[in-house]
Structure formats: C-alpha cells, structure tokens
Design a protein around this ligand. Structure first.
Ligand SMILES: CC(C)(COP(=O)(O)OP(=O)(O)OC[C@H]1O[C@@H](n2cnc3c(N)ncnc32)[C@H](O)[C@@H]1OP(=O)(O)O)[C@@H](O)C(=O)NCCC(=O)NCCS
Length: 151
C-alpha cells in the first residue's frame, strides 16, 4: 500500500493543468466509453471556475507529483444553492487507500464553510466503483438522468 502520510492537499495551480486533463480523459474512458471529450472545453471550464473561486479545484501531491483531484462548484437553484462535486479522481496506484474519502471530506467541508446545505454528485450507472464509493460517502439516489441517442 502506498504511503499516503506524505500527501499534501493544495489548491490547483496552472502547472497542474496537463496532469488534470490526463486524469479527466482517464475518467471519461470509464464513465463515457467510446466518446471523445473536448479537452479545450474542459480546460476553459476548469480555469474559469478556479478564477472565480480558487478553492474549486484541490489537488493531492506527493513528492511533487499530482496523484488526484477534486473539482467542485456551487450553483444557484430556485430551491437554494447546491454544491456539486463534479469530479473526483485518484491515480490508480493510490486507490483504495482512503484518498478519495479525504477529497470528499475536503470538498464537503469547504461547501459547508460556504453555507451550503446540500451536495450532489453525478455518477454513470455503469461505473460501479464510483457508485459504491459515493454510496459509502453517504450519497443517496434522489433523481435519475435519462438519456437516449438521436439517430
Ligand atoms: C472513485 C474513486 C475516486 C475512489 O477513490 P479511492 O481513493 O479508491 O476511495 P477510498 O479508498 O477512499 O474508498 C472509500 C470507499 O469507496 C468504496 N470503493 C472504493 N473503491 C472501490 C472499488 N474498486 N470497488 C468497490 N467499492 C469501492 C469502498 O466502499 C471504500 O471503502 P472501504 O475501503 O472501506 O471498502 C477512484 O476509484 C477513482 O478515481 N476512480 C476513477 C474516476 C472516477 O470514476 N471518479 C468518480 C466519478 S466523477
């Protein structure tokens, strides 16, 4: 098991961008198999979020290497503000060591500090690891997103 005691959590910095994009691609391969992601759109969205709120993206670093990240957002809804944990990703060798849990705690604590009372995650149904993980973190199914291809 990797030694996670040396892990440092900090806000995203622009030098992390390429690594985060690689993580996003790896994540998309799991959640959206067969679909390409437009990295420019992701990049713009990420940089825009961080510009508005530097706490939106936290990374975990060990010996100057980025090994995971969490990306959150606060959206205004007619029912009140809601926190969204848009992505959480842990590099494969570091999985199952509690790092994903730490990221969720960091994200949720930050949302709490902003007065947010509800937090959402979206999970692809086939991503059983992620589904188990989110359930373990206390998330329950509230709504379903349905999708169909248009030919
Ligand atoms: C989902 C993910 C973030 C979990 O990170 P992690 O550091 O491995 O998670 P933790 O070690 O904190 O695990 C916490 C709990 O999640 C569940 N879990 C984690 N990995 C699991 C797996 N492979 N199978 C089943 N349950 C799993 C377990 O209940 C675990 O608790 P336990 O260790 O007491 O059994 C990681 O697997 C990942 O990055 N996956 C790829 C990206 C992804 O799918 N992200 C989520 C969608 S945005």
């Amino acid at each position: 098991m990797p030694d996670i005691s040396k892990i440092k959590f900090r806000n995203f910095e622009e030098k992390d961008l390429n690594k985060i994009i690689k993580f996003k691609k790896d994540s998309a391969d799991i959640s959206f198999p067969g679909l390409d992601i437009d990295t420019n759109i992701f990049k713009k969205r990420l940089l825009n979020r961080v510009k508005n709120d530097p706490n939106s993206v936290k990374v975990a670093e060990i010996d100057s290497e980025i090994i995971g990240y969490v990306f959150l957002e606060i959206k205004k809804a007619s029912t009140g503000p809601i926190g969204y944990i848009n992505h959480v990703f842990v590099s494969e060798p570091y999985r199952k060591s509690g790092l994903g849990t730490r990221f969720m705690q960091i994200a949720e604590n930050y949302l709490k500090s902003r007065g947010i009372k509800r937090v959402r995650v979206t999970v692809t149904k086939t991503n059983k690891t992620s589904l188990n993980f989110c359930k373990k973190m206390g998330y329950v199914e509230k709504r379903l997103i349905l999708e169909k291809p248009l030919n």
